[in-house]
Design a protein around this ligand. Structure first.
Ligand SMILES: Cc1cc2nc3c(=O)[nH]c(=O)nc-3n(C[C@H](O)[C@H](O)[C@H](O)COP(=O)(O)O)c2cc1C
Length: 199
């Protein structure tokens, strides 16, 4: 909340101090607005663990994912596979193994990594955060699901994982729940002392 207020104040100050173009529009202020939108998206994303039952339309998810695959990856190898699960039968099978593991979101996105690519863990992590930020920018809720990612690599989940039709040498690394938010959680604290300047 405080940080949002700071960004807003900074943007207002910047906008009021910058020279206006003949049309009355300040290019610097416009740039500040753009930066603020990105910062606000990052600050407003929180893990969502309660979702509305309405399904997110496939074309919305398509826009979201086609945006998110612009995430960087080492040598642009894109060592990931993305599966979008909306099929109730599959979601029920996951629930049968662990009822609360995906917070009952109507959509679950599964990220699998290329086991032969040494950067795949990092690249899939960056992709996952990009998916979650793109979702936040569209006012959709997400929660990273390490637990489901692990479950999908176990023998008991083989039937579910087989239905994802992953290429050989690919392995599930993370899942992400996706849906319309049904809660507005507070931001969790972050430890700024982990940032150090070596001057
Ligand atoms: C790799 C990873 C795995 C996670 N796995 C789970 C999970 O299985 N279930 C869950 O509810 N949250 C999971 N989380 C969410 C974290 O608990 C959450 O990101 C953290 O508490 C910070 O809260 P925030 O996301 O609201 O900022 C995971 C997060 C990450 C990055």
């Amino acid at each position: 909340m405080k940080l949002n207020f700071l960004f807003l104040t900074a943007a207002i100050i910047l906008a009021s101090c910058t020279p206006k173009s003949p049309e009355g529009e300040s290019p610097v202020a416009k740039e500040a607005d753009k930066k603020q939108i990105v910062a606000e998206t990052i600050l407003n994303r929180h893990s969502i663990r309660s979702f509305k039952p309405e399904q997110v339309p496939q074309e919305v998810i398509d826009t979201l994912l086609r945006t998110a695959i612009n995430a960087p990856s080492a040598n642009n190898k894109q060592p990931w596979e993305i599966r979008v699960i909306q099929k109730v039968e599959i979601l029920d099978k996951i629930k049968a193994l662990n009822a609360g593991i995906f917070h009952n979101s109507p959509t679950v996105i599964v990220i699998a990594k290329d086991k032969n690519n040494p950067s795949a863990d990092l690249d899939c992590g960056i992709l996952s955060q990009t998916i979650m930020l793109a979702a936040e920018s569209m006012d959709l809720g997400t929660c990273p699901l390490g637990g489901l990612g692990r479950l999908l690599t176990t023998p008991e989940a083989k039937e579910i994982t087989d239905s994802l039709e992953l290429p050989e040498d690919y392995e599930v690394i993370l899942a992400i729940s996706l849906g319309y938010k049904n809660e507005t959680p507070e931001a969790k604290p972050r430890d700024a002392s982990k940032i150090k300047y070596i001057n």
